[in-house]
Design a protein around this ligand. Structure first.
Ligand SMILES: [Mg+2]
Length: 229
């Protein structure tokens, strides 16, 4: 397939969709099963963090040392994904306004699209599948690849190159948190931050995003930004 030279890397939660109740539940259940403790993680600001990163933080707060954390780290995440897949139909995932139209148009224009999300890969696709957005993203960097978000960006860039022969420089990262912006900055990529998560337009401007939008409803505005590079 011929691409138009633009690479758009999307975050999921707070950017494309809302609704993570089941994800939260999967987290709590897997920590309970593998580490035997019930932690209230609702107080943690996990926006923009990867699943393994949140898991580690929770366990560290729970007093587990590195060796104890390591012992069940992989199995715990695997269980988390399984639990999610089993229960995702109960989840109320909603596509955020304008996303479906935007992705559709980007695909029509032959824009190469990938994901950069802290979600474990099976969770990411199941979540998007709930609202019919999973088919737009043939590759990505996921929480199951690395704990640090900036490495997820690297992973997505590598896959774009290796699997799709992408050699261009017109790359955008679209996300809803300062963490998305900072991760993209490591690779000098352009960032579009959307205030549909827990951060305001002002927060996102302050963190140095190249473009800040209230949401993704104004498709033409987004297309204009992508065309400007
Ligand atoms: Mg997000």
């Amino acid at each position: 397939m011929e691409y138009n030279g633009i690479l758009a890397l999307f975050d999921i939660d707070g950017t494309l969709v809302r609704g993570a109740r089941c994800h939260y539940q999967a987290f709590v259940e897997s920590v309970k099963k593998f580490y035997g403790f019930e932690e209230d993680i609702s107080g943690i600001n996990y926006a923009g963090k990867t699943d393994p990163q949140i898991l580690r933080e929770v366990l560290e707060l729970g007093g587990f040392n590195e060796e104890e954390i390591k012992r069940n780290f992989r199995d715990c995440q695997e269980y988390m994904a399984q639990y999610y897949l089993k229960n995702v139909h109960k989840e109320h995932v909603r596509a955020l306004g304008g996303t479906s139209e935007l992705l559709n148009e980007l695909q029509r224009r032959k824009t190469l699209m990938g994901l950069v999300t802290g979600n474990l890969k099976p969770i990411a696709y199941a979540k998007l599948g709930q609202v019919g957005l999973d088919g737009y993203f043939p590759f990505g960097g996921f929480g199951s690849d690395y704990e640090d978000r900036y490495l997820l960006v690297k992973k997505a860039l590598e896959l774009a190159k290796v699997q799709y022969g992408y050699e261009g420089k017109r790359i955008f990262v679209i996300g809803d948190t300062p963490r998305d912006v900072h991760a993209a900055r490591v690779y000098d990529l352009k960032t579009i931050a959307v205030a549909t998560g827990r951060y305001s337009v002002k927060d996102l401007e302050d963190c140095g995003a190249d473009y800040v939008l209230r949401d993704l409803k104004d498709k033409d505005r987004v297309l204009k930004i992508l065309d400007s590079l």
